[in-house]
Design a protein around this ligand. Structure first.
Ligand code: ZN
Length: 308
């Protein structure tokens, strides 16, 4: 189990070290072009079907959703209470001091945090958002997200979104059930990041023997998302409708699997959105260790535009 978690973390590091601000900027620019070019010819059935499946009063088709201003979404993993990061640190860690400065800069600039549910209603039904909305997301269940990030968010009335990989709950250096419950009770969003952090483009959709349990499973989507979502819902007493792809890796084939299992939005990292499936390819930006607060605000604007 421990090895499994280490491997998951190592993959995380590998997958995200390429996510530089320049790439984010380039991806955003490319996406703007594509949105403009394809707005007249996208398949809108998928988004309509997604809104219908979710039960929300969705009125926007995929093209309309692609045309809406994006909310900046920041993604954090490890927040370490050390003064300086080791030289070989991958792009997944920020120091606690830098994190505090970044949140202060957001608050000083007038940003207000929103939840995935608010974003979904904005994208699908044009529900209003607060001025200068931002989403703060935390992946992989790390305990410092509770011990460092939560108190810092409390100072400003910010609410975060925690994407939990359930295999890690209660393990050393990860959050406990009680901590997750407390976050939920205090208004933070607890959402799904699978059971074992396997990338979704490798999921098997037919019965097979699982490599760890050696038991027959119906398919990996139910194994990784549905069974474990129930575990998380039992902890918080709230339903889960939002998902972050492990490593940010999504696949077109996987989107109907998510939709049919009741997920309303799925969050990737910094690749281009799919113009036919914007609800299942929502972009996020990993906050790089080296960014000053001002630099982070600049990259937010260059990546997501001037805001809502
Ligand atoms: Zn992850």
């Amino acid at each position: 189990m421990k090895n499994l978690l280490l491997i998951a973390s190592a993959f995380c590091y590998l997958s995200c070290t390429n996510s530089t601000s320049q790439e984010n900027h380039t991806a955003a620019a490319t996406e703007t072009e594509n949105t403009r070019d394809s707005s007249g010819s996208v398949d809108t059935n998928a988004a309509q079907q997604g809104a219908a499946t979710s039960g929300a009063a969705g009125i926007n088709d995929a093209a309309a959703i692609m045309g809406k201003k994006q909310v900046p979404i920041l993604c954090y993993h490890h927040i370490k209470d050390i003064t300086e990061l080791p030289k070989n640190t991958a792009g997944y860690t920020v120091t606690a001091a830098r994190f505090r400065d970044q949140l202060k800069a957001l608050a000083d600039s007038g940003y207000k945090t929103i939840t995935p549910e608010q974003y979904f209603r904005y994208l699908t039904a044009n529900a209003p958002l607060p001025a200068k909305p931002v989403m703060l997301t935390y992946d992989d269940t790390d305990e410092e997200q509770f011990t460092i990030a939560k108190p810092e968010m409390d100072k400003y009335g910010f609410k975060g979104v925690f994407y939990i990989m359930t295999i890690s709950i209660g393990k050393p250096r990860y959050m406990s059930k009680e901590q997750i419950k407390q976050l939920s009770d205090e208004g933070h969003a607890i959402e799904s990041h699978t059971w074992r952090h396997d990338r979704v483009d490798k999921y098997l959709t037919t019965p097979h023997i699982d490599r760890d349990s050696k038991k027959m499973v119906a398919n990996d989507w139910d194994l990784q998302l549905v069974d474990k979502r129930k575990q998380l819902e039992d902890i918080t007493g709230k339903q889960i409708h939002y998902f972050a792809y492990p490593f940010g890796i999504w696949s077109k084939a996987g989107i109907p699997e998510l939709r049919s299992r009741g997920f309303k939005l799925a969050f990737q990292l910094s690749t281009k959105r799919d113009p036919e499936e914007p609800l299942y390819t929502v972009r996020r930006m990993i906050v790089a260790p080296s960014w000053s607060p001002e630099g982070m605000l600049r990259v937010m604007r260059s990546t997501f535009g001037r805001g809502v």
